[in-house]
Write a protein that binds this ligand. Structure first.
Ligand code: ARG
Length: 589
């Protein structure tokens, strides 16, 4: 369906043309004075310059032409030359009626040019517990992926595990000290390795931090870990078998955690998957003359004439020949291009890595890993801070584990739900989980991703204000009215959306009519916060309407059925949006 604002613009454009003016001046925007009108056109002010006359002479003529137009109840020309537009309730009802016919998408068309988009998000590190820093990447990435899917694009999410480098050697060395008799450490062992892992996830998560701490004090231990890393990366069978166990145990645990967040990935690739692509990639960069030695390290220049601050060369190999985070990201681009030919690769990563990604992207383009037809996009997000304005920590000041954060909020929500009324224990637990997830995700997504924000549990879990629970509460309210109606009656033949009879009803209808436009621009700008802002406005408009309107007591069956239809539309729009944001509504709360 065409966006309502485009249809209105088209109508106004034609009025400009009919009066001999360039149609481009007919562009319409949402009113910034909703107390005066719903839409406005300021084109007469600009046109006056071209046609050398007073702006209101133009706006007067346009208003005159649009009198009696089926789309508007009023078109006013206001000095110095504004056009204030108010939609006809009949026209608006017709537009909503058409939205309602497209049950699943409410008139939001899929993109005419679907793109293949790979989205790199999550980015957890194997054997290290997920912490809140990973939360934002998971929440934002998942939402952008869902938004893209809804708009008809082929979205491929890749978790890009941090499963390469010294952390693996540290775990191996530590394990060797603790359990030296394990067969993995016997260099002469020829047989098959055990299927059962030699540790649980609990042990694994304890092994890494203690190994990491030890390596900072004990040089010999660090040396051993570096040696183990080298041997692992050069094919030592026992270590590779251990790596397999570390990956399995860790990935199972990660999947469980992500499932609790309603986050999933199409690909579970990691840094290690890129390693086989490194030698040929590096060779080609050398052969093509891009990579050169600088102080022993192999680098590619990536600075550009227009740079206002220094962009250092992209380091490809260290002087000892070891590869880096860079090298892995570049080689990852190689397999992504070979296997998926994406039109775009989007990285949802902490914004502190922005300069790093600038280097990687420039290097990938210069060396021809990526052609001009493929977009590389860095979507950097800000820090999640505590109420003190500093990065979110545990009460003891340590790094907060994601699992504890989530279970803490579940508990908080459970208390709220069971506080004032008695509910079935199992249902309350389930509902608490659902509502808590909305609190966390909405609390994050309602901020522009690139900004830092304060993780305020009290505010996020509130049932009032701009929060996830408020949105869910609104949906649950609609569900309960619809249930009540259905229990008593069935929709009469020919029921449909009727022209608004009150201001609050019209305001609700205007909000609903913006649906496809919001979805489109939220995706174009990769901005889930626009979806949040929209459903907040929509929920407010609904609640206002609900408080002013007697729905169940409406005597006219057709009018009542019209309300019910309107409620159904509101509910569907809210549900599509929260699904895109990555949470859902319970039946009751
Ligand atoms: N594992 C990294 C971290 O914890 C994030 C990975 C981001 N993605 C990428 N392709 N580099 O910081």
């Amino acid at each position: 369906m065409q966006k309502i604002i485009d249809i209105i613009s088209q109508e106004v454009r034609e009025a400009f043309e009919a009066n001999g003016y360039d149609g481009k001046y007919g562009k319409v925007t949402l009113s910034n004075r909703p107390d005066l009108c719903e839409y406005q056109c300021n084109g007469a002010l600009a046109a006056a310059k071209e046609y050398r006359c007073a702006p209101f002479m133009i706006s007067d003529k346009i208003a005159e032409s649009l009198q009696g137009n089926h789309m508007f109840v009023s078109v006013e020309s206001v000095k110095p030359g504004f056009l204030n537009l108010t939609l006809s309730p009949h026209y608006l009802a017709g537009y909503l009626q058409e939205m309602d016919r497209d049950r699943e998408r409410l008139g939001c068309e899929k993109s005419e040019n679907p793109r293949t988009v790979m989205i790199d998000y999550g980015g957890p590190n194997v054997a290290k517990p997920l912490h809140v820093g990973h939360l934002r990447s998971a929440i934002i990435g998942e939402s952008i992926k869902r938004l893209g899917k809804f708009m008809g694009h082929h979205m491929i999410g890749d978790v890009h595990l941090g499963d390469w480098g010294l952390q693996m050697g540290l775990i191996i060395s530590e394990l060797k000290e603790r359990k030296p008799d394990l067969v993995y450490f016997d260099a002469h062992y020829q047989g098959a390795y055990p299927v059962e892992p030699p540790f649980t996830i609990g042990e694994l998560e304890e092994i890494y931090p203690s190994a990491s701490a030890k390596s900072k004090e004990d040089a010999a231990f660090k040396e051993d870990a570096m040696q183990a890393t080298y041997e692992l990366q050069h094919g030592r069978a026992g270590y590779q078998a251990l790596l397999g166990h570390i990956l399995n145990v860790s990935v199972n645990d990660l999947k469980r955690n992500y499932k609790n967040l309603n986050v999933s990935f199409e690909l579970w690739k990691g840094e290690s998957d890129a390693q086989p692509y490194i030698p040929a990639m590096v060779q080609k960069m050398k052969d093509d003359g891009f990579a050169y030695l600088s102080d022993g390290a192999l680098v590619v220049d990536v600075k550009e004439d227009t740079d206002t601050k220094e962009v250092p060369p992209c380091m490809i190999l260290k002087s000892d020949g070891a590869s880096l985070y860079n090298t892995t990201d570049l080689a990852t681009i190689v397999w992504r291009m070979e296997d998926y030919h994406p039109d775009a690769i989007i990285y949802v990563v902490d914004k502190r890595q922005e300069l790093y990604f600038t280097q990687v992207f420039r290097c990938a383009r210069r060396t021809g890993l990526v052609g001009p037809e493929t977009e590389l996009k860095f979507l950097g997000f800000g820090t999640m801070n505590g109420k003190d304005g500093k990065p979110f920590k545990t009460r003891e000041g340590g790094v907060m584990r994601l699992e504890y954060l989530v279970s803490g909020i579940n508990e908080e929500m459970y208390k709220k739900i069971t506080d004032n009324h008695t509910v079935d224990e199992a249902e309350a637990r389930e509902t608490a989980k659902t509502v808590a997830l909305s609190a966390i995700k909405y609390g994050d997504l309602s901020n522009q991703a690139s900004k830092d924000y304060i993780f305020d549990i009290d505010r996020f879990t509130s049932f009032e204000g701009n929060t996830g629970p408020y949105i869910l509460y609104t949906i649950v309210r609609i569900k309960s009215i619809l249930k009540k109606y259905q229990a008593e009656k069935t929709l009469p033949e020919g029921a449909g959306i009727l022209p608004a009879r009150s201001d609050s009803e019209k305001a609700l209808m205007l909000e609903i009519s913006k649906f496809n436009g919001v979805m489109e621009s939220a995706y174009e700008e990769m901005a889930p916060h626009k979806v949040c802002a929209y459903i907040y406005d929509l929920a407010n408009a609904f609640n206002h309407f609900y408080h002013e309107t007697k729905i169940m007591a409406e005597p006219d069956p057709m009018q009542q059925a019209g309300y019910i239809k309107l409620l159904g539309l509101t509910k569907k729009a809210l549900e599509i949006c929260i699904d895109i944001l990555g949470f859902e509504a319970p039946e009751r709360m």
